[in-house]
Ligand binder design. Structure first.
Ligand code: 26V
Length: 824
């Protein structure tokens, strides 16, 4: 939605009329073609959705007018992934419609919660990076920052995970099947996106050599808009997801030849660009379709940005950096740097130097990982075939950059090879991170430790040549979804105690600190946690047909399955406890339920083997009578945002145990602590800052530091067998994994895991941290016995989470990177 001429805007009356219930009934009949009686859950969900949407739309139009009138600088967040989760409750929370909705459905044969479950969770991302983008959308709207989220509308999101016989099985996630009431498809709003062809030089009217991209194949991008309302404000931002579509014109020649199926095939080929999300995180894939997706998103988005800019500022491109900030969410959209240059050079006829200055001032890039296998590169051959003009531009950027290095760092000839955008070798590669760094004025890591690692090791030489470019913005999470919505019971208790200003100002939680020692408040706190644990237990009952005892310690690790995140340590601890019970069935232990969930990339065989192990261990433990009332274990299938909202509030213990130096930030760690879980974790990512905030005495830290990990690896000092020889329990646990204890009749099933630890050097240092981890877990259990002490620490964790609001993170981006102000 765009307002064309604001000055002569007449008065309109488009305000929603009548009660919410009337609106629901009207939509059930007129939009959905159903009868209101007898009430059906699915139709009422949709009727409610449309009624809520109407109220939002009204605000949206007003917000867009506001944008236009204020000529504010806009932020464009470019991300290949978003994980918004369900929208209904988010809209109801942010519009503060709860009471009205409760009143409207009070006579219905279903609850609001039941209606909420009707919505399919939009999984348009893999994990942390996508969820961060969605938390940022919420905060930008809440802070009234004129921000747009741009991305792709995949027909199929992250796969649906089934667990069959203990193994992960991927099913397609046709999330759109029952319709998606929240999007507004701009069917008449299509942009052309070009691929292939060649670059052609020509002399323009003033005798300059210019280039154009010719003989291309075109596809079309259709805008699908989703409204993003702020909390406690009438401000509404927009998220625009592109869908690739075909039109008649494209296939006309085929049709004229009578080649119906040929035409249909062309249509299918074209539409396949946004068909499916790539389901691998932390591993770059060199597939042509993925690069197509990236360029498709970038080209359509820049088209939109330039159109909007030119409508107001015409050809005054020197003003662009004062009107536009573009944030690259990892390198996935970094081809935008070349596309931006192409637009200015080839289409707007701006000279190179001016275009480059504008580009660098406009772009900023966020790095989300230090894992080498996740750093994107594209074969020169592939990029040059798909985007020939862009490759030319990248070569020119690189040429000028290397020339600058020669001039400014004559004593560092080594920098040429190290920092070149092109990596030489048998297959020459384009290093997308180098393009993003060179093309941005700011590059940030996502936690203090991660940013330091970037400055000192990953991008060390870039830090030498651009000393002010590399910076930090520690991640955050939105308190609206992760406390207000996911945990209404705790929210209410907190609001009773300190008022509800914390929802938009999370530092207010500090006012809970004095209550941490208050025995009565502790009791109320414990009672709420118990309710959330009961609800979680009932959820586990529905999914796995057993219900853990809510009095047990709920020990939770939920996140993507990856070796560096070390789900294996959690499982090995479970095995160790099980083994202690086998040795001494009378053992007096703190009852514990270990809860795991997470998806493995479909081609990541070791991660899938870990899932199988978790399920196999869980099955044994849960079926062995000696574990009754002492130990149980659950692997919840299909971890996703809506599942996280159920699991996190019910956790006592949050597992954040990655090999130090490898988890860029983590955001689950923040969600758990905000909901009063205590953390057991390594000094990694944002755990370090969580420890600083809550105090070292209120968190269970263990294990090697990132410096130690690096030294040991570099010096080749680490030998896992050294530990195995000295630790009887560790030997016992490894023996149980490599024997057929957990895979009767299938010896060798977990051999890949054993081999990774003992034959292939245990790269993630699971063995090195095993004993420290178990000792810390023992201390966790002892602390848990003291209910009052546990409650005190739990309250202090929540109370000290203010820093980790995504509102704080967005304020930092706004001030230090984007130079934007909230709207008045
Ligand atoms: C890489 C690739 C490679 C190509 C295929 C698709 C794909 C998707 C994602 C990635 C990189 C993912 C990086 C990521 O999710 N990092 C996580 O970002 C979180 C937000 O900053 C952070 O909290 C986590 O620590 C970090 O692992």
């Amino acid at each position: 939605m765009e307002v064309s001429d604001q000055s002569s805007r007449p008065e309109h009356d488009f305000k929603c009329q009548g009660t919410l219930l009337q609106a629901i009934h009207r939509h059930v009949v007129t939009t959905l073609g159903n009868d209101v009686f007898p009430p059906r859950k699915e139709t009422y969900y949709k009727g409610l959705a449309y009624a809520v949407r109407d109220r939002l739309m009204e605000r949206w139009v007003m917000a867009q007018r506001d944008f236009y009138d204020q000529k504010a600088k806009r932020v464009y967040y470019l991300s290949m992934e978003y994980l918004p989760g369900r929208f209904l409750m988010n809209y109801i929370t942010n519009l503060e419609l709860e009471q009205e909705v409760e009143a409207a459905i009070k006579d219905m044969p279903f609850t609001l919660q039941a209606l909420e479950e009707e919505e399919w969770d939009a999984g348009l991302g893999n994990g942390g990076l996508g969820r961060l983008a969605s938390c940022f959308m919420d905060s930008m709207a809440t802070l009234k920052i004129p921000g747009y989220g741009y991305g792709l509308r995949y027909d199929y999101g992250i796969f649906f995970q089934k667990i069959v016989n203990g193994y992960q099985v991927e099913k397609s996630d046709n999330w759109i099947r029952n319709g998606f009431p929240w999007e507004i498809k701009r069917t008449g709003f299509l942009y052309d996106v070009n691929f292939y062809g060649r670059s052609q030089a020509y002399i323009d009217s003033v005798g300059e050599t210019r280039y154009r991209w010719v003989d291309t194949q075109q596809v079309h991008a259709m805008a699908c808009d989703i409204m993003i309302p702020g909390y406690g404000t009438k401000h509404v931002n927009n998220m625009r997801l592109w869908e690739s579509v075909s039109d008649e014109a494209f296939s006309l020649t085929h049709f004229n030849d009578g080649d119906y199926t040929g035409a249909m095939q062309a249509k299918v080929r074209e539409e396949s660009i946004t068909k499916v999300l790539y389901p691998s995180d932390e591993k770059a894939e060199g597939r042509e379709l993925r690069l197509k997706q990236q360029y498709f998103m970038v080209a359509a988005t820049l088209h939109d940005i330039f159109r909007r800019f030119k409508k107001k500022h015409g050809q005054e491109f020197q003003k662009l950096p004062d009107q536009v900030a573009i944030q690259l969410n990892d390198t996935h959209p970094s081809i935008a740097v070349a596309e931006f240059m192409r637009r200015l050079l080839d289409e707007e006829m701006v000279g190179w130097d001016q275009a480059w200055e504008i580009a660098v001032k406009t772009f900023a890039y966020t790095n989300h990982t230090v894992l080498p296998e996740a750093l994107e590169t594209w074969p020169v051959e592939l990029l040059g075939r798909l985007l020939p003009r862009h490759l030319e531009i990248i070569y020119e950027i690189n040429h000028r950059f290397l020339e600058m290095l020669r001039q400014d760092f004559p004593h560092r000839p080594d920098l040429q090879n190290k920092l070149s955008i092109i990596k030489e070798g048998p297959t020459r590669l384009v290093r997308m991170a180098h393009l993003a760094i060179i093309g941005s004025h700011a590059v940030n890591g996502v936690a203090e430790l991660h940013s330091r690692i970037i400055r000192e090791s990953l991008f060390r030489d870039f830090n030498t040549i651009y000393p002010d470019r590399l910076t930090n913005v520690t991640n955050g999470i939105t308190p609206r979804r992760w406390l207000r919505q996911a945990n209404p019971e705790l929210s209410q208790l907190i609001s009773q105690a300190i008022g509800d200003a914390w929802i938009a100002d999370l530092d207010q939680l500090k006012r809970l600190i004095p209550l941490a020692d208050d025995a009565a408040f502790q009791q109320q706190w414990i009672a709420v946690k118990r309710i959330k644990k009961q609800q979680l237990s009932a959820y586990i009952q529905r999914k796995l047909k057993f219900s853990p005892n809510p009095d047990a310690l709920f020990d939770v690790q939920v996140k993507r399955i990856h070796e560096y995140k070390r789900q294996l340590l959690t499982i090995m601890h479970g095995i160790a406890l099980y083994r202690r019970l086998l040795i001494n069935p009378q053992l007096d232990m703190v009852p514990r339920t270990i809860i795991l969930a997470g998806k493995a990339a479909p081609a990541y065989h070791l991660a899938k083997n870990i899932i199988k192990l978790a399920n196999a261990v869980a099955e044994q433990i849960n079926n062995n009578p000696i574990c009754q009332g002492k130990l149980s274990m659950a692997f919840l299938p299909n971890y996703c945002i809506s599942q996280a909202e159920k699991v996190i509030p019910g956790a006592d213990l949050s597992e954040q145990i990655s090999t130090a130096g490898m988890e860029a930030s983590g955001t689950g760690n923040m969600k758990f602590a905000l909901n009063g879980a205590l953390t057991i974790g390594t000094l990694d990512g944002a755990n370090v800052e969580i420890m600083e905030e809550v105090g070292a005495e209120n968190i269970f830290i263990f294990g090697l530091t990132s410096e130690e990990v690096e030294q040991w690896r570099e010096g080749g000092l680490y030998n896992p067998r050294w530990y195995v020889e000295r630790d009887e329990e560790l030997r016992g646990v490894l023996q149980m994994i490599s024997s057929d204890t957990f895979c009767p009749g299938q010896p060798g099933l977990f051999e890949p895991i054993r081999a990774s630890l003992l034959e292939r050097g245990d790269y993630y240092m699971v063995i090195a941290d095993f004993r420290a981890y178990l000792d810390r877990q023992q201390e966790v259990a002892e602390t848990y016995r003291n209910t009052g002490e546990w409650a005190r620490r739990s309250i202090l964790n929540t109370a000290n989470m203010g820093k980790f609001s995504s509102d704080r993170a967005i304020r930092e981006y706004a001030r230090n990177i984007w130079d934007v102000e909230p709207l008045r």
